[in-house]
Design a protein around this ligand. Sequence first.
Ligand SMILES: C[S@@+](CC[C@H](N)C(=O)[O-])C[C@H]1O[C@@H](n2cnc3c(N)ncnc32)[C@H](O)[C@@H]1O
Ligand code: SF4
Length: 458
Amino acid sequence: MKIRKDLILKYNQAGPRYTSYPPANYFHEGIAADDFKRAISQSNHERPQNISLYVHIPFCPRLCHFCGCTTSGSKDINVFRSYIDALKTEISQVAQLLDPGRSVTQIHWGGGTPNSIPLDMVQEVMDLFRSHFKIEPHAEIAMECSPAYLEFEDIDRLAAMGFNRLSLGIQDFNDDVLKNVNREPSKHPVDQLANRMNENGFKGLNLDLIYGLPGQTPENFKKSIEKAIEVNPNRLATFSYAHVPWVKKAQSVLEEIGIPSAGEKLALMEIAYGLLTENGYMSIGMDHYAKPDDDLYQAFLDKQLHRNFQGYCTRATTGQVYGFGCSSISQLDSGYYQNKKTIKGYIESIGNTGWAVERGYQVNTDEKITRTVINEVMCNLFVDFNEIGKLFGKDAAEVKEIVGYDVDKLALFLADNLLGIKEEKIKINADGSLVIRNIAMTFDPQLSVNQNQYSKTI
Ligand SMILES: C[S@@+](CC[C@H](N)C(=O)[O-])C[C@H]1O[C@@H](n2cnc3c(N)ncnc32)[C@H](O)[C@@H]1O
Ligand code: SF4
């Protein structure tokens, strides 16, 4: 299947990625630990009742120039030790406020590179989780790993700790491209890592790739995608390189090497889209692909797909998210609570008070309604104003008024045949999914786009 490149270029403007609503740039410092504590207690009476746990590990042995994540190059074992101790304190503090009857359906380790710290430390945290929480037998337990530091035995150990999904950061299989971005290739062949995961009964493997890096060409990127397909993961993400040097100064280095233009990036995206869809992968949103029998694709078909800061998930697995570690964000029904961003600031704050929240946002009912509409647009490409209204005791007209619905704002998308409107329902088609951020922006009554605030679609 071909993508309509003309459309993507036409709608290529800066805008929020809507991993949360309101987006994280709305968070403010009027929110502190006491608000978070109250929100945790209140969350015991809110939906969803199930719990998702997120652990942030802000360490990488070597820093990639393109990286947009919150991480550091620290390799000091004493810093790791203090960080894990702080994490354990924070987990115990949160657990004391949570209703022990609630169960955990999702645990996600992200970073940084969680597999770059000693696995004994991972084990300590997992043991603590098990001592504090009721973890569902089928909970999704996942870690983002860099294959540069992943040994076969690590996979065995992670399996023994209960991990059942791994996401491997490949970015590109081409060594020259990796050199340009200061990244080490996988230590072992990735297909052999995948085999070891299969032997250990893992349920899911995801590969992350990025397009738009210096040195990527249609020819070499095609080979990388073909190699990724050979590994046969259940899921694949091909992220558009987000260039935000005003936030991440290290990215400026890449300008000197030469970053592909929007048109060149689009050609890379088209290669990924074409090869993946021809080889049994279904496209979910703009960046993500899944095998047809994967939970994620099934949830998309059933309009049950959801998103949190960790990525796409199914409504059945994700719950309210309690985040641990520096920069981590707890996403509760009532709002967002983000920890201090620096490792030092986080460890000190936990040491002094047991808490590290430094900013956040409390969501009112109108914002919850907008959040639901935008989530439906971004994940399920479908909005039913009546159904959303029912969740909040409102009718379709009231929901539309809250999100500033105006059919004129959708006129361009209608003219380009990207969506259809029937009664109180909006259905976005496959072409529309490629400009989904632009469509979502029309349902955001608070939107104000400052050029240097958000990355562009392409
Ligand atoms: C925490 S990392 C994954 C685990 C590990 N640190 C690694 O790199 O293998 C999360 C993912 O974010 C993506 N990422 C990081 N910086 C990005 C950027 N500037 N633009 C788009 N994607 C980015 C990469 O694909 C990366 O795999
Ligand atoms: S992409 Fe991954 S390995 Fe590279 S610096 Fe970012 S978090 Fe670390």
